[in-house]
Design a protein around this ligand. Structure first.
Ligand SMILES: [Ca+2]
Ligand SMILES: [Ca+2]
Length: 336
């Protein structure tokens, strides 16, 4: 068995603001540390445990320090994305510079206490490549946002991602990625309703954009009570593509989580819908469907999502039961 040699680099994390979260900010958490920098041939369980402990400690230190001071330890770890985080208590910023390799991002932000729909704080940024201004842009950021730098797809060209909470109860996190193509930046938008996080979920060094299929929200349950299957996007040849099915281990972990939750929350149709869709993603739709049939409720009170609508969205009929409604929905969404 080969053991990876990790290098912890906590250099890049800059957190501005104090503790505390507000609505929306929890949706942008720091990216999970990724891995892989080389290998060694030592193998020992206890050494592995120690490495894990060191990794945890370094991550905590990085968060607790809240400073941009360089703290480099030669222990195992992935190379985190360089990050600047905006939170509700972040003061106004004037051309704060975040840099990594050939990239420099100058970030300005106007903190406001009197936020109205017409008067929302702006996160303004300029992206430089080797000292040359290449992008000047802005995003509405209501008390939550982040700027990330890293080589997301490990192709040698840097990416800059800007995520921001645009305000509202159920909406929205905007995510824009600027990907260096050798001459300039391609601008890519990932406008998922709930946003997502950049994580290296399979540990190969490339960052995936991890989110959920938001079409499941408010379908078979209230918005807040809804459960949705995972959705993953990967940056391939300068574009984000839906690569969910390339990550079966991740989907299986979500399936196990849904089974666990179903034991506590029987007959929740939204959860069962997400379950069948997730099983479909790993090629196990038959057993997923059988599980749903064993657990769904015939209680007419759980009737959300039963309407049959025409092309104009007008209700023209009603599905006789949940499995029929679910089947129609999953076909429409491409899961069946
Ligand atoms: Ca890249
Ligand atoms: Ca990856």
């Amino acid at each position: 068995m080969k053991k990876w040699l990790w290098i912890i680099s906590a250099v890049g994390l800059i957190t501005i603001g104090c503790s505390g979260l507000q609505a929306g900010s929890s949706l942008i958490s720091s990216p999970t540390v990724n891995r892989i920098v080389g290998e060694s041939d030592t193998e020992s369980e206890s050494a592995e445990a120690e490495v894990e402990q060191n990794e945890q400690r370094a991550k905590q230190d990085a968060f607790l320090s809240g400073s941009s001071e360089a703290e480099t330890e030669t222990v195992h770890s992935p190379e985190p994305l360089t990050e600047l985080e905006i939170r509700y208590d972040t003061p106004s910023l004037n051309s704060v510079t975040l840099s990594r390799g050939p990239i420099e991002v100058k970030v300005s932000y106007t903190a406001r206490e009197d936020i109205t729909p017409e008067n929302r704080p702006l996160l303004r940024y300029e992206i430089f490549h080797e000292g040359e201004l290449s992008v000047k842009d802005a995003a509405i950021a209501v008390g939550s946002g982040s700027v990330l730098i890293g080589d997301f797809d490990q192709d040698g060209g840097m990416e800059v991602a800007v995520q921001a909470f645009t305000g509202g109860a159920h909406c929205c996190l905007s995510t824009t990625v600027y990907s260096w193509n050798g001459r300039n930046f391609n601008k890519l938008s990932l406008d998922e309703m709930l946003g997502g996080e950049f994580e290296d979920i399979d540990g190969d060094g490339s960052y995936e954009f991890v989110t959920i299929d938001s079409d499941f929200l408010a379908k078979f349950s209230s918005y807040a009570g809804s459960v949705a299957p995972p959705m993953i996007f990967s940056l391939v040849d300068g574009e984000f593509i839906n690569s969910t099915q390339d990550y079966p281990d991740y989907i299986y972990s979500k399936i196990a989580d849904l089974e666990h939750r179903n034991q506590q929350q029987m007959n929740a149709h939204s959860l069962l819908a997400a379950y069948v869709a997730s099983k479909s993603l790993v090629g196990e739709v038959e057993s997923g469907w059988a599980y749903m049939l064993n657990h769904y409720s015939q209680d007419p009170a759980l009737g959300l999502g039963m309407s049959i609508r025409d092309q104009n969205g007008e209700v023209v009929d009603r599905h006789p039961n949940f499995p029929t409604a679910l089947e129609a929905f999953l076909i429409e969404q491409g899961y069946l």
